[in-house]
Design a protein around this ligand. Structure first.
Ligand SMILES: *Cc1c(COP(=O)(O)O)cnc(C)c1O
Length: 381
């Protein structure tokens, strides 16, 4: 009997080793990891630069506290707001916690508690982030939730125009809904959001916990839209596997969080910040991002040439791709694992492909060959 809570439907393998895209389980079997620990290990496993940073920083100082100045946080913040319209950063430990900070910042700044979010969104499991999440199954049994979130259908301009009144302080969305099925925001919807935010003085919070840090082929996914968020939350890829998260915000929000208003013990500790800085120094290079886009195009073309379009729809951007299979994907995930490819679902009918951003074309070829075998033979059977 396990002494662990049973709150995950765990796959029956334990991964004990990893290098690049390849991981090994405790029996010595190798897999291509197209989950990256759910979009976390953006530089793959055991990336030498990250190993080196952890070693070096761990011999200097791990943790000090936000009681003291942090040149590491200053430098990381500067790297994250370089070349975009955002100005300030704050660090914490997880995606949910980043969204909590975003929600608190928006409420305090606007003096309004009503926030619009969307059906099939996912913002995390803490009370604020869970309450922001537009999925009943995630709320079930935990009520009462934090008040004043309204869940609208995603990409529905009319519903949005009808719902926003003077009580609304912020709109919060993912550029591509990750857990909710790899659904991208449409151009039309982004334009409608911009219009409402400007006309009604509503803040825009973009949850880039999954889409950020190069995952979609740009530093942040909002860069590929017309959206100019006031607050951006980030987490998963930021530490490449080390838990660190944060928010970025525009300059007019600076005064809203003064000393004592918000904080965390571990957030932005020197070890986490050193690792994140190494991640950003690599991932934010234009040549690295260009390669992500190039590999994405290659991957999508291969998938489209392999999978019949009447049965499978490919969605997503960069290396955050989804295959909508139009049926329960759990058997595909299990079958792919048997053949040496690790995948994660996005909702009941979509397979999510989240390889490390460092994946090679050869590894993409191997993954597509396994997907072909698994998806086509399982469909015929
Ligand atoms: C994973 C995820 C979260 C929650 O992050 P945690 O680190 O698990 O708290 C929030 N938003 C999005 C879009 C996510 O994908």
């Amino acid at each position: 009997m396990s002494a662990l809570f049973n709150n995950y439907a765990r796959r029956p393998i334990s991964i004990v080793e990893g290098n690049g895209t390849v991981v090994k389980d405790s029996s010595g079997k190798s897999y291509l990891d197209f989950t990256s620990g759910i979009a976390v290990c953006c530089l793959g496993h055991s990336h030498p630069a990250l190993v080196n940073t952890i070693k070096e920083q761990s011999e200097k100082i791990w943790h000090t506290s936000n009681l003291f100045e942090s040149p590491g946080q200053e430098a990381l913040a500067a790297s994250l707001v370089k070349d975009n319209h955002l100005s300030y950063a704050l660090f914490c430990n997880s995606g949910a916690e980043a969204n909590e900070a975003a929600i608190k910042l928006a409420r305090k700044h606007t003096g309004k508690s009503h926030i619009i979010t969307f059906k099939n969104s996912f913002h995390g499991r803490t009370f604020g982030a869970m309450s922001a999440t537009g999925q009943e199954k995630i709320h079930k049994g935990f009520g009462p939730l934090v008040d004043k979130f309204t869940y609208l259908p995603f990409n529905d301009v009319e519903a949005l125009n009808n719902a926003v009144d003077d009580s609304v302080g912020a709109i919060m969305l993912e550029i591509i809904q990750g857990e909710g099925g790899v659904n991208s925001v449409t151009e039309e919807f982004a334009d409608a959001i911009n219009k409402i935010c400007q006309e009604r003085n509503v803040l825009l919070i973009v949850d880039e916990v999954q889409t950020g840090i190069g995952r979609t082929g740009t530093r942040f996914a909002f860069e590929q839209t017309s959206l100019k968020p006031n607050i951006v939350s980030m987490a998963k890829g930021l530490g490449g596997g080390f838990p660190i998260a944060g928010i970025l915000a525009t300059s007019e929000l600076y005064d809203t969080f003064g000393p004592g208003s918000h904080g965390t013990t571990f957030g932005g500790n020197p070890l986490g910040v050193a690792v994140a800085q190494t991640v950003i120094d690599i991932v934010f290079q234009q040549s690295f991002l260009d390669e992500v886009v190039e590999k994405s195009t290659y991957f999508v073309e291969k998938l489209e040439n392999t999978l019949p379009s009447d049965q499978f729809t490919i969605r997503g951007k960069g290396l955050m791709l989804g295959i909508d299979c139009g049926k329960d994907v759990a058997p595909f995930v299990a079958k792919a694992e048997e053949k040496g490819l690790l995948l994660v679902a996005a909702g009941p009918q979509v397979l999510r492909l989240l390889p490390p951003l460092t994946v090679s074309k050869e590894e993409i070829d191997q993954a597509v060959a396994i997907l072909e075998e698994v998806l086509l033979s399982t469909v015929l059977a």
